[in-house]
Design a protein around this ligand. Structure first.
Ligand code: DAH
Length: 340
């Protein structure tokens, strides 16, 4: 019996010593102290011994049990400690590792130009006005001196919603709405916004695009005010060295009317952008037609004014040398990022 106990002892100490994980230790615990464990069996076996042997062997078995338990527990502490350290090391966070930069967006080039142009006019004492994109025929055409059957209506390729409402084809209806609102006060506004035309998409056309309208109405406004304001505006946007040219034109809501050109960067030496003319057309303008003033109750004998309208896409394309209007609407980050 003594022989047997010392074999179990030697085996147990060796196995505990060689254990290298808490899983190993767990199976050792079962092997010795589990329901069918070696020590458990020895304890049970005590009952079959004679009354003389029982206390002697019992004492030895108890001592062995105690020794193995203590050895096991010591090893267990050591392994738990090692495993905790290993876990901490594995989950270590390097707080000095540089972070990943989030990708930063930027303003859309059209919004940027609208803002830039708006700031130029704010600097000249203008305010910003707005009007609806779903507009009444009356504001889009009639009050702008474009009666039914007028040929100018055809030029506009309108998108009608009902007989009397359409998607506005230009920002000019904001002229009438603003005058109605401000009458009889002087008017000095610009109105940026979306406009819609029944055009097929191509490199220079889009069924939706942006315009900026301008309107000044007061006592004593003349055509030279128009020339002064627009020349100042164009030089601020395109550069002080650019030349500005006013060409006679026609619009139903202005009289006289002028189209305004800025000199091309090629200075007429020949380029595709200006088609070798040396000039780029950038806006329409004119003195407000007396009929338009009358529609908004301003007496043309007392008040006069000037108006202008420009295409935002066109100006942006000229400014940055963009050759296809569709780039603006495709949301391709490779295009948009260039305007950071
Ligand atoms: N509304 C015109 C268009 O869409 C542009 C325009 C021309 C606006 C002359 C004006 C103006 O205010 O005076 O083609």
């Amino acid at each position: 019996m003594q022989e047997k106990l010392s074999q179990i002892r030697a085996k147990g100490i060796k196995e505990i010593d060689e254990a290298s994980s808490s899983a190993d230790l767990n199976s050792i615990r079962l092997e010795y102290f589990g329901k069918k464990g070696l020590i458990t069996q020895l304890m049970r076996g005590l009952g079959t011994l004679s009354p003389e042997e029982r206390p002697v062997v019992g004492k030895l078995v108890n001592e062995l049990r105690k020794e193995l338990e203590e050895t096991w527990e010591k090893k267990n502490q050591a392994i738990l400690h090692l495993e905790a350290e290993a876990k901490l090391e594995k989950e270590r966070i390097d707080v000095e590792l540089p972070g990943r930069k989030p990708r930063r967006g930027n303003q859309h080039p059209l919004s940027a130009i609208i803002q830039e142009i708006t700031e130029v006019f704010l600097g000249m004492g203008f305010s910003v006005a707005e009007g609806p994109e779903i507009e009444e025929d009356y504001y889009n055409f009639e009050a702008l001196n474009i009666p039914p059957e007028h040929p100018a209506r055809e030029m506009h390729d309108s998108l009608y919603i009902t007989d009397k409402t359409l998607l506005r084809t230009h920002t000019s209806p904001v002229q009438i709405r603003t005058m109605e609102e401000l009458y009889p006060n002087p008017v000095r506004i610009i109105a940026p916004g979306r406009v819609y035309r029944r055009d097929a998409q191509d490199a220079t056309h889009s069924p939706m695009f942006h315009q900026i309208e301008g309107l000044v109405v007061d006592v004593g406004i003349t055509f030279s005010d128009l020339k002064g304001v627009l020349t100042e505006f164009i030089k601020k946007i395109f550069g002080q060295d650019r030349k500005v040219r006013f060409r006679p034109s026609f619009f139903p809501f202005t009289e006289p009317s002028a189209e305004v050109d800025v000199s091309c960067l090629c200075q007429g030496s020949g380029c595709r952008v200006c088609k070798n003319t040396g000039w780029l057309e950038i806006l329409g303008s004119g003195s407000v037609h007396p009929n338009v003033l009358r529609y908004a109750k301003y007496d043309p004998e007392v008040y006069s004014g000037f108006a202008f309208g420009m295409g935002v896409e066109r100006i942006t394309m000229l400014r940055y040398g963009i050759s296809d209007i569709r780039h603006f609407y495709e949301n391709d980050a490779r295009f948009l990022e260039q305007f950071r």
